[in-house]
Write a protein that binds this ligand. Structure first.
Ligand SMILES: C[S@@+](CC[C@H](N)C(=O)[O-])C[C@H]1O[C@@H](n2cnc3c(N)ncnc32)[C@H](O)[C@@H]1O
Length: 157
């Protein structure tokens, strides 16, 4: 299994966490330009990463390129809550996160970024169409916790 993150600090944290898993290879690279040949992987998965990527269509194009025909794409990411009442509670909760961050670790900025990046990010349907634009097929998504998070899946044929 090959694992990519462009931030060496984050990569090192993961390396430490999975130090007993000798089958993982670590790559400090940008998801927009992966260091792998075409049609290489059976499976591409990205969790809480795509929202942070500058050029998401390019990263999706790379995902498609490195997958083998028959390979599966899977993406776990924050998304949009569609239920009006649940969304009201979620908005109140979201606004309190930077304040909680300030109290617990003395910093609110990383949490402000987190909330803003979630707000700016695609809806389930928008991400679906971005994936579709890159030629993936059989695209679907599954909402978790009412859409706070969604898993998008797709195939390269
Ligand atoms: C919120 S963390 C998620 C980390 C991990 N995937 C997880 O689920 O715990 C987002 C990660 O995406 C990485 N990242 C952001 N943009 C990237 C890019 N263009 N290429 C590779 N990694 C990127 C960041 O360095 C960061 O480690």
């Amino acid at each position: 299994m090959d694992c990519v993150d462009e931030n060496m600090g984050m990569l090192n944290l993961s390396k430490e966490k999975f130090k007993n898993q000798k089958y993982i290879k670590w790559f400090c690279n940008n998801a927009q330009k992966l260091p792998f040949k075409d049609n290489y992987f059976d499976y591409y998965t990205i969790s809480f990463g795509i929202r942070n990527i500058e050029n998401i269509p390019l990263a999706l194009k790379e995902a498609y390129r490195v997958l083998k025909p028959g390979g599966k794409f899977s993406c776990l990411e924050f998304s949009k809550v569609n239920n009006i009442i649940l969304n009201k509670f979620y908005q109140i909760y979201s606004k309190s996160i930077p304040k909680i961050g300030k109290i617990v670790i003395g910093k609110s900025e990383p949490y402000k970024y987190l909330i803003e990046s979630i707000e700016k990010f695609y809806s389930q349907e928008e991400l679906f169409y971005e994936i579709k634009k890159q030629n993936f097929t059989s695209i679907s998504f599954k909402n978790l916790s009412g859409g706070v998070v969604a898993i998008h899946s797709a195939w390269k044929v």
